[in-house]
Design a protein around this ligand. Structure first.
Ligand code: FES
Length: 165
């Protein structure tokens, strides 16, 4: 099969097995290893990337479904000399322990903040849809698809709240 992807602003043409996942395409074909493989079953969120601005578990998605799509990975957000606001907030608030889930957490939080701004409803605080300022329960609910085995959740939520200010 042939699929054309724009990843972090660069167009890539892939010839691939139809069963290739987006995660394996990114990691094994494009050498973008920031997106992590945790469960490989859509349960941990370590593989979260943005596809056309929306959060996607890359392990659950076949790359063939994304012909022409724009994909953003952690490598596209910032770099050590120029961190995104969320990346800087994670550093400032120690929003990690081992760090394995961190790229997925940051990509998910990036997409989540855009969803909140766009008015996507939340189960916890439906009235907050459309607000950029997110309280702790709101952040926890909107980030519930991203697991942290080290349980750094309070620091992760603090970092997201700081970036959302
Ligand atoms: Fe994709 Fe866990 S590796 S959700």
């Amino acid at each position: 099969m042939h699929t054309e992807l724009k990843v972090n602003g660069t167009t890539h043409k892939l010839d691939h097995d139809p069963r290739l996942t987006l995660l394996d395409a990114l990691r094994d074909h494009l050498e973008l290893t920031g997106s992590k493989k945790g469960c490989d079953h859509g349960q941990c969120g370590a593989c979260t990337v943005l596809v056309n601005g929306r959060r996607v578990n890359a392990c659950l998605s076949l790359v063939a479904m994304h012909d022409g799509d724009q994909v953003t990975t952690i490598e596209g957000l910032g770099n050590p000399e120029n961190l995104s606001d969320l990346q800087a907030a994670f550093v400032k608030k120690d929003g990690y322990q081992c760090g394995y889930c961190t790229p997925g957490q940051i990509m998910s939080a990036t997409g989540m903040m855009e969803e909140a701004k766009a008015g996507a409803p939340s189960h916890v605080s439906p009235d907050l849809a459309g607000e950029v300022s997110l309280d702790d329960a709101e952040i926890a609910e909107r980030m519930s698809g991203n697991l942290c085995r080290c349980s750094a959740y309070p620091f992760i939520r603090e970092a997201i709240a700081m970036a959302a200010e």
